[in-house]
Design a protein around this ligand. Structure first.
Ligand SMILES: Cc1ncc(COP(=O)(O)O)c(C=O)c1O
Length: 311
């Protein structure tokens, strides 16, 4: 991975290579952490974090769902992220805040264990590859089911929960596909290992609802808004697997991946096997929104003052 110079850890900026924790950190053993994935883009107004407030709000909500008191306010985390991006002189980057139970107590009762916060930022290219973004990816329905709300909390972006995504991702990758699609515990389509999913048929866009075990994606909210503004009907309802295969177009969205067309699922070609017109149109406006080129979505940008580097 690419590195940056500094990482924000519990209120201090430390050198990238010195941002270390103890091997008996609670979060490492029991997955007791919650995190976010955000991106900052170069825009005409300067470097801007996309929907920063929404990401930090989800981080605090994820923590609350696991009874984790975060020792910083949303405003403090926002300021820390700005400070970090500026200190690293990053004009475009991925941002990874993580809140986790630290070192000091072992055992499954975590509430006496201190809570630590780290924010890292570094340059990170297209998560599913530039080629995948442009021409579409090949995906496979995983044999693993998406975690259920009966056992875990799909609405929380919690570290331990990602073992589910990891298994699905390994399975898809070993079988030669770029991404996994997970069904929920009832067999309805849920989402990708790190992306929400959409099927387009006869100009109508369908995406699984909040009750299908999805992470309530911030890109998803943005895409629903953009699609509506473009005049498309977006329906949140349960989808069965065959509806993906029979769709005219399928695409996925996530902060890391951005908007990615899906050209094949389980070796069935979707539509014409190339990104379709609805995917392309929404993708173009979404990309404009991310890069501050569409004034309708200017409120989604949190501009960071990054000093220009002197030689
Ligand atoms: C499991 C999962 N689903 C969906 C998403 C998409 O969410 P967002 O658009 O907020 O990045 C992500 C990425 O964070 C994810 O990890």
């Amino acid at each position: 991975m690419e590195q940056a110079d500094l990482i924000w850890h519990n209120g201090e900026l430390v050198a990238w290579e010195d941002a270390k924790i103890h091997v008996l950190t609670h979060g490492l053993h029991y997955g007791t952490g919650v995190f976010e994935g955000e991106r900052a883009y170069e825009t005409p107004a300067g470097t801007a974090i996309f929907r920063h407030h929404d990401h930090l709000q989800r981080l605090l909500q994820s923590a609350e769902l696991y009874y984790m008191p975060v020792p910083y306010t949303l405003e403090e985390l926002r300021a820390a992220t700005h400070e970090l991006i500026a200190a690293n002189g990053l004009t475009e980057c991925y941002v990874r805040p993580i809140v986790f139970r630290g070192y000091g107590q072992m055992g499954l009762y975590p509430l006496d264990c201190n809570v630590e916060v780290t924010i890292a930022a570094w340059p990170w290219g297209a998560y599913l590859g530039e080629d995948g973004k442009r021409h579409g990816i090949r995906a496979k329905v995983a044999s693993w089911r998406r975690i259920s709300h009966e056992s875990l909390i799909p609405h929380s972006k919690a570290s331990g929960q990602y073992l589910n995504s990891v298994l699905a991702k390994i399975e898809a990758s070993k079988a030669g596909y770029q991404e996994a699609i997970l069904l929920d515990s009832e067999g309805f389509v849920s989402e990708g290992s790190g992306e929400n999913i959409y099927a387009v048929r006869d100009g109508q866009i369908v995406t699984p609802p909040q009750t299908a075990g999805i992470l309530d994606g911030i890109s998803r909210k943005s895409i629903i808004q953009i699609a509506g503004d473009l005049g498309f009907e977006v329906i949140e309802r349960n989808l069965v697997r065959a509806e993906l295969t029979l769709a005219d177009e399928v695409f996925m969205s996530g902060t890391a991946a951005e908007l990615v067309p899906v050209r094949e699922i389980d070796d069935h070609v979707i539509g014409e096997g190339v990104p379709g017109p609805v995917t392309l149109e929404i993708g173009r406006v979404f990309d404009d929104a991310l890069h501050g080129r569409d004034p309708r979505y200017a409120d989604w940008l949190d501009v960071v003052q990054v000093p220009t580097k002197t030689a």
